[in-house]
Design a protein. Structure first.
Lengths: 174, 181
């Protein structure tokens, strides 16, 4: 019961901090889940993130997976609900009056101000995940090759993720 | 063009987003747009872009916010709930199933090696995404400095986001506005 409350409070906070979506709050999520609450290791967290990327749906899926790992079915329900509720209430309240502010100068100023912060946050997420997942030379090779494919080709992301997993499974890397 | 206003029921809303949730591998947004604008014509392209603009502006998952804004526009809170549950039900069930399978077989060497590689590839995917998101900043010194400060505060100093985020968001908005950068 206590754990469920802690999960709810962590993810409700993340909900209102997630400017730029789930990927912007990965470092804070990892800090809370790994360093503050010791629910799992950094490697477990990175593995759950990877697993969530391989599933369909919004990129918030890592939230449900962490909840499930920490506290089973109810954990998944609590984290998914908590990450959705605060931002959803805000969206509900704002979307009705939004058209009035659509072209307001202050709105454009805030949006422009948030962009570099979001970019920095997502870079921080990427750096932390690279740091945790690149455990040896083989993993580094996978990251470099996959990164090149993501960046320079129009291959479907799932194809690249699948390819990496297959290469790992048959022992080419890892 | 004498088009009648679209008037989806709560069930239509659930069903539409359910398909988006099932199909949305590697990013849901293109699928959501296809369903909302092209297939069911609930919004015009311009309306969709405006709604998405709001949903990216607010905190929270962008597509989650779209379910709330769109659902409540047509059917109030029940509509918002229908869209949200439609989007989330299948992916949450699938991701938990994957988690259970992973737990079951994590002891086998091939599965463990597959996960080392998959994790590294997923991290690389985020690097590529971060690069794309940052691309409008290249050449703008002030904006790049703010992004760098954010990176250092979060990734290097590991400061709590609850403290860092308000300072950076307000500071960045003010500085960029003041210097028109």
């Amino acid at each position: 019961m206590n754990t469920l409350w802690e999960l709810a409070s962590v993810y409700a906070q993340l909900s209102l901090l997630a400017f730029g979506g789930a990927n912007a709050v990965i470092p804070e999520m990892q800090r809370q889940v790994v360093d503050v609450h010791h629910w799992m290791s950094a490697h477990d967290f990175a593995a759950l993130y990877a697993l969530a990327q391989a599933a369909p749906g919004p990129n918030m899926m890592v939230v449900s997976l962490v909840g499930w790992r920490v506290a089973g079915f109810w954990g998944a329900l609590v984290t998914t609900g908590s990450v959705a509720l605060p931002s959803s209430v805000l969206t509900l309240l704002v979307s009705g009056v939004w058209f009035r502010f659509k072209d307001a100068p202050w709105r454009k100023a805030i949006q422009a101000g948030l962009l570099p912060v979001t970019a920095g946050l997502i870079m921080a997420s990427a750096a932390l995940l690279i740091q945790t997942t690149v455990v040896d030379l083989a993993a580094a090779a996978v990251a470099v090759v996959a990164g090149g494919l993501f960046f320079f080709t129009k291959l479907h992301p799932l194809l690249i993720l699948g390819g990496a997993a297959a290469a790992g499974a048959i022992g080419l890397v890892g | 063009m004498s088009e009648t206003r679209p008037n989806p029921t709560v069930f239509d809303l659930f069903a539409g987003f359910f398909m988006v949730g099932v199909c949305g591998f590697g990013g849901v947004l293109p699928w959501a747009r296809r369903m909302i604008v092209d297939q069911r014509k609930w919004l015009t392209p311009i309306e969709f872009t405006e709604m998405l603009g709001l949903c990216q502006f607010l905190p929270g998952g962008n597509i989650m916010n779209v379910t709330i804004a769109l659902g409540s526009r047509f059917r109030g809170i029940p509509g918002a709930l229908a869209c949200f549950l439609g989007l989330m039900t299948a992916p949450v069930a699938i991701v938990i199933m994957l988690g259970a399978i992973y737990d079951q077989y994590a002891g086998y060497a091939p599965v463990r090696r597959a996960f080392v590689a998959l994790s590294a590839a997923a991290a690389a995917y985020l690097v590529a995404n971060a690069w794309k998101i940052a691309s409008p900043l290249w050449g703008r010194k002030l904006a790049m400095a703010i992004a760098a400060c954010t990176f250092v505060a979060i990734a290097v100093l590991r400061l709590p986001m609850l403290v860092v985020m308000p300072v950076l968001a307000i500071g960045s908005t003010f500085v960029l506005w003041r210097f028109r950068a």
